[in-house]
Design a protein around this ligand. Structure first.
Ligand code: SF4
Length: 285
C-alpha cells in the first residue's frame, strides 16, 4: 500500500518555549517518563509550554501489544516504590494546575498497578493540593476491586480509552475487550458518591465507518461518559498499522457537534487531539 502523504492540516504544534525545555529537563532529572515523549505526541511543545504533561507511571514497557502504539512491549520491571513521590515533586516544582497520570498495561501485577495509581494521586495531593488530577487508566482486566482502589483516591477525572470501534478490536487492540472497557466506564460513573468526571477517547482513520463512530459515541454516553476526545490516528512507526484515511478538520467539527448533540459536556475533536490534549478544559466548562 503506497505511503499516504500527510495532509496539510497535520503539522506538529512544536512550540518549544523555555518552559517546555525546563519541563523536559526536570522530567529527565527526576527520571520520570511522560506518554508525551514515549508516544511522540505532536502537541508536546504546546502542552509543555502550558505546563501540562501526562506522566507515564509503572515503567515504559507494556504487557500488551496494541498495533497502533509505539510503547515498548515485553516483560516490565517491578514498579518503583518511590515513583509516586517523584511525580508529586515534579508537579510541585512545576506548579502544575492540572496533571494527567497514565500507564502502560501491567497484566503482570495482581492489581494491574491500581495501588500505585492511587499512591501517585495521593502524593500529588500532598505535594500540590491545588493541582487537579486526571487518571487515564488501563483496563485492569476489568477487576472492579482494582478500579475501585483508583476511584477511592478521588481523581477529578477518570479516563479510560476505548480507542476504536468494536469491529476493529482484534486488529487494533488484541488483548482488550470493548464491552469490558464500557463496563469499566459505567462502574466509574456509578462509583459511590463519586464527583469524578468519566471520560474516554478514541482515534479515527483505522477503517471505521461514520455509523460505527455514531454507535460508539452513543455507547459512551450510555456508559455515563461526560467527556470525550476524538483524534486522527497517525502511524508512529512503520511496522504499526497503516492509516486508512485522514479525516478533514471539517469532519472533526461534524463529529464534535454530533457528540455535543448526544449530551457530552466536553468534546475535544481534531486531527492532533490526543487523550490529554487540553484536558484541563473539562473544568473550564
Ligand atoms: S495497552 Fe496502552 S501502552 Fe500498552 S500497547 Fe496498548 S495502547 Fe500501548
Amino acid at each position: 500500500m503506497a505511503k499516504k502523504r500527510l495532509p496539510p492540516w497535520i503539522k506538529s504544534n512544536s512550540l518549544w518555549s523555555p518552559e517546555a525545555n525546563e519541563l523536559r529537563s526536570l522530567l529527565k532529572g527526576l527520571s520520570l517518563h511522560t506518554v508525551c515523549q514515549e508516544a511522540r505526541c505532536p502537541n508536546m511543545g504546546e502542552c509543555f509550554s502550558r505546563g501540562t504533561a501526562t506522566f507515564l507511571i509503572l515503567g515504559d514497557t507494556c504487557t500488551r501489544n496494541c498495533r497502533f502504539c509505539a510503547v515498548n512491549h515485553g516483560s516490565p520491571l517491578p514498579p518503583d516504590p518511590f515513583e509516586p513521590q517523584r511525580v508529586g515533586q515534579a508537579v510541585k516544582k512545576l506548579g502544575l494546575k492540572f496533571a494527567v497520570i497514565t500507564s502502560v498495561t501491567r497484566d503482570d501485577l495482581t492489581d494491574g498497578g491500581a495501588h500505585h495509581f492511587a499512591k501517585t494521586v495521593l502524593a500529588i495531593r500532598e505535594a500540590n493540593p491545588v493541582c487537579l488530577i486526571e487518571v487515564l487508566v488501563p483496563d485492569f482486566q476489568g477487576d472492579a476491586k482494582a478500579i475501585g482502589k483508583v476511584l477511592e483516591s478521588s481523581p477529578e477525572v477518570f479516563g479510560h480509552n476505548v480507542e476504536t470501534v468494536p469491529r476493529l478490536y482484534p486488529l487494533v487492540r488484541p488483548g482488550a475487550d470493548y464491552q469490558r472497557s464500557l463496563s469499566i466506564l459505567k462502574f466509574a460513573g456509578n462509583f459511590s458518591n463519586s464527583k469524578t468526571i468519566v471520560k474516554s477517547g478514541f482515534m479515527v482513520g483505522l477503517g471505521e465507518t461514520r455509523e460505527e463512530i455514531r454507535q460508539l459515541l452513543e455507547d459512551l454516553r450510555e456508559a455515563g461518559c461526560k467527556a470525550v476526545t476524538i483524534g486522527q490516528y497517525l502511524r508512529p512507526r512503520i511496522d504499526l498499522l497503516p492509516v486508512s484515511r485522514y479525516y478533514t478538520p471539517e469532519e472533526f467539527q461534524e463529529l464534535k457537534e454530533e457528540a455535543y448533540a448526544l449530551g457530552f459536556f466536553n468534546v475535544e475533536s481534531g486531527p492532533l487531539v490526543r487523550s490529554s490534549y487540553h484536558a484541563e478544559r473539562v473544568f473550564q466548562k
